[in-house]
Structure formats: C-alpha cells, structure tokens
Design a protein around this ligand. Sequence first.
Ligand SMILES: *Cc1c(COP(=O)(O)O)cnc(C)c1O
Length: 375
Amino acid sequence: MGDFTAANAAPAPSTAGAFRIVAHPSPATEAERIERVGDMKFGMSFTDHMARITWTADGGWDDRRIEPYGPIPMDPAASVLHYAQEIFEGLKAYRWADGSVWLFRPEANALRFQKSAWRMALPELAVEDFMGSIRAFMSVEKDWVPTAPESSLYLRPFLIGTDVFLGLRAPKKVDYLLIASPSGPYFAGGVKPVSIWVEKDFHRAGPGGTGSAKCGGNYAASLRPQIEAGARGYDQVLYLDAATGLVLEELGGMNVFAVRSDGSVLTPVLNGNILEGVTRSSVIQLIEDQDLKVVERNITLAELREGIDSGEISEVFACGTAAIVTPVGRMGSDDFEVTVGDGQPGPVTLAVRQRLTDIQYGRADDAFGWMQRVV
Ligand SMILES: *Cc1c(COP(=O)(O)O)cnc(C)c1O
C-alpha cells in the first residue's frame, strides 16, 4: 500500500480565511451559469474565479487570493515555458441529494502534490494551503457544482515555475492556481468497456524518472503513442516497464487491475514509475473490505495474456478520478488481440465502481471517513 492511508484522518486545518476575494467584475448571469453547468463538456468551460498563491524564494508563499478566472500574463522567459516546471492535481467536488458539496480524500491529493513538487524541485505547498484554496474557492463558486446524476465540479490545482530566467535551476518564483470545470458523467448512457493498446515501442516513464510525479511532461510524452493507438482503433494505451518491456505499469492517466476467476485481484506494485492513484488506493481498500484478496506485485504481459486466454483472468479494469472505474473489454498489440471475458463489464468491476460512487455521492455509508464536506 502506498502513502495515502494516513490521509484518512480528520480534515486538515486550512488557511481558507487568509484568501482575499477579488470578485469577478462581470460574473456569469444565473442563466449563463446554468447553461454552462448543464453543458458539462469536461474541461471546456470554467467557473468565474480561480484561486491563486504566489511563491518567491525570498518571501515564501504569499498573496492568497480568489480572483477572476482569466489569462495569466507571463514573461516569455518564464521557466514553465522552457523546462516544463509544472505539476498538477485532479479531484472532484460532488453534490449530494441534500444540496451539500463534498470532496473525496482531498488530503491524499495535497500530499501527492507535495511529492510531485519535490521531484520537480518546486516548492511544496502546505496541506493547509491546498485545502484552504479549495475551501475559499468553493465558498465563492459553490453554485457551479452540477446536480445531475454522476456529474461533478472537476478541480484542477497546478503549480508552474514563473521565474524569469533562461538558465536551468529550481525556480525562484512559482504560481499555484486552482481552476474548475463542471463535468458530466464520463460515460454518457452507461458504462462502456474501453479497448487498450499495449505499447511496446514507447514508454511513459523509466527507472529514476518522473513516472510517480503528476507532472505535465509525462502527459506530453504520452500523446504520440495515444494518437497511434487511436489510429489503430484503440481507446487507451497501456505502458510496459522501460527496463525490460515485460511488466505492466499503467495507462497514460489511469491505474490498472486484473480480476481472477477466484475473485482475487492483481494490480501492479508501485515500482517508482507508476503514479499512485487515489482511486487505486481506494479501490484496493474497497475490494479488501469485501474479503477479497488484492495482490500488489509485478504482472507480466505474458501472464496477463495467458490468464485472459485460459479464463483465469476474467476482468480487467482501469481507474482514476475522471473515469472512476472503467472496464477493459479488449486488449491488443502488434502481435495479439484478446477479448477480456465476454467483452462486457464484469461483476467485480461494476460492484467496486458502484460502491465507490455511492460513497462519493453520499448514497452509502462512508465507513472509511473519506468524504469531507465543503459547502
Ligand atoms: C492522475 C493519474 C492517475 C489516477 O490518479 P487518481 O488519483 O486516481 O485520479 C493514474 N495515472 C496517472 C499517470 C495519473 O496522472
């Protein structure tokens, strides 16, 4: 198990009160907001405001504010534009039937944000500031959290080096921002299995690299393989380890699980190249709570293929905040093509997806203490 178990404790203190609020001069009208919230094209429309904190080497974290959403003027020599000094997070605010708004294990995201910052030589934002930015932001933008089933307000915190210097060094100026986009259900019209291309030529991350940091650069490197896989008719890419090319790691932005016919579950062990998903950690706990065994270890592609062929592996699924738990129906590469089970979502996949979303939307008891109310 990774680092997140400690994040189940009581809500972290927050610096929400320290944020000054600069109101948008011409915010969306109620009709415009309802239209934009209802539209819910993920990542295409944003709320009226953003949270921001500026860090300088001399002054530390300063000027906590909520300000109008908009372009961020930047010097062309800013370090993020040249050396990709950027990390991000992704989490959702969920509206419950009684109108209240909740976050799912936000401290896990705050801790991971610190870990990513450390790897990229960016300053670490205190958990209190991460939480404070979300709380202050949500107090202004609460009406943007959609009410439709399985919808949410997607929150995107990120950190960029804004140092004006073309030399390569840890930046002396950094900006933390939080923006948000109303998002609808990932699968409009019910959960559909995805197809996965197992990538043999390109790698997402290598030993000692940045695979376990949530940094934009990892995503830039995944676009070419994603395009090639798309051209071959596959939805997503599964990466193998760069050292041997034999062992499963993860998808471009989701962790992967395989269910055996005896109900036990396998997932790649965190080997330093894999991004530790909050969803991954939660899925492991939910499955173990059902008295099923989860084994975190190296899984070779050969083992997966043989298991799917023999029926020993009956389900494969991927998971992450955006798509929650996604069944994999078909896998292939240059030398094979297999249907997983009967190609339809399996019972273990659907059950864990249901349990997780029931907790997130307040339909089931939150036995793990994962949910935190913000509004
Ligand atoms: C964000 C991400 C995940 C999923 O993490 P969650 O916390 O579950 O959303 C998995 N893999 C990669 C590479 C990621 O960037």
